[in-house]
Design a protein around this ligand. Sequence first.
Ligand code: ZN
Length: 103
Amino acid sequence: MGGRPYGAFGGERTGATPGRVAVRDLGERWGACEPDGSIAVHWALMQLPPALVDLVLVHELTHLTVPAHGTAFRRRMRLVLEDLEELEHRFAQAEPEPWRGAV
Ligand SMILES: [Zn+2]
């Protein structure tokens, strides 16, 4: 890992191309995909390492073609992120750290 810029994975790898990626406040959620094919990530996510930002982006991109978190979903994510389990483990540890703004 390392050195991969945001968005280096393309539609050809996830099988989906987002119409738009928005960065905004999503409250308790890190990412969301919209019915119009766009995805959004929480601005606070940008405090995490790029590999973990990728994890959330790929997760939401994958939802554009696979709605549920089943076997097909994980298989598709692993096509893009070979180290999916390790990334998810790192994300679970890093997730409480970012500042999400004043309540
Ligand atoms: Zn999901």
